[in-house]
Design a protein around this ligand. Sequence first.
Ligand code: SF4
Length: 321
Amino acid sequence: MNNNILEIKNLSVTYKTKKSILGSPKTVHAVNNVSLDIKKGEILAIAGESGCGKSTLAKAIMKLIETQNGEILLENTNILKLKKREDLKKFYQKVQIIFQNPYSSLNPKMKIGKILKEPLEINTDLSKKEIDTIVEDKIKKVGLDTNCLNLYPHEFSGGQRQRIAIARALILDPEFIIADEPVSALDVSIQAQIINLLKQLKEDANLTFLFISHDLSVIKYLSDRIAIMYLGEIIETGKTEEIFNNPKHPYTKALLSSVPQLDSDKREQIHLEGELPSPENIPSGCKFHTRCPFVMEKCKHENPKDIIFSQTHNCKCFLYN
Ligand code: SF4
């Protein structure tokens, strides 16, 4: 029996761009044949540049966008097939998301108390008194006073709003939380507080997190395992120490060497040429070949398969064939 809470199998997400004066709609391959397991109680981080497909993957897991191929199994149930209201309710009780921007994720017209009560009123049969108790408990858990329940979102700072968004994500006692760049819209001085709060909440309730970020120092501090994403594909996965101590894929090495606070002077420096290609024009073969300093002829035509380095560490690159 495996210990996975979520299994993503061969998932693809494509969509069409709008027709514009520059030409006809194009097909964007935002997530490309992704397979990934998330184990109960772990923090799995997905790292990669902006536009690599991390947030699209998060939205697909939350059923916020359409997917084309593949399966997403939550405790062996393919959530992509869930349609009935009752099944969706159960799903959203187990899985919640914290978005990047606490300024847009909270309804400005609702008081905090109402924002937190609403999911309980919709999804449970609890009494008003029971709901009030849960709301007060959750707001205290994220380090805020119960007085804030009578205030509106605009009366709070960015860090406080993100605490409220976290309280809302916790309100139905989910098992699995997706945190999509939860600190990147906040002041640097506040980021550490929110990261420590997430870590504490995870330990208190044995939650499972999918933590999406482009900030490798935050990922190193928080995560148990890391998946590196490039142009819609997972190109390397491993335990945090495997990725940081022994990165294999040239893209992973380049990402790590570009972060100065991570002892980059001791690392092999890989300078990436050019920008991330647009997902409308994905290169053939290895998607990284247009920027890879080690590119070989076959990289331009063939897609590398997973090479396994340990039970937990693998990467897609012809350098190891
Ligand atoms: Fe570079 Fe080739 Fe490896 Fe791709 S497969 S990362 S282009 S060496």
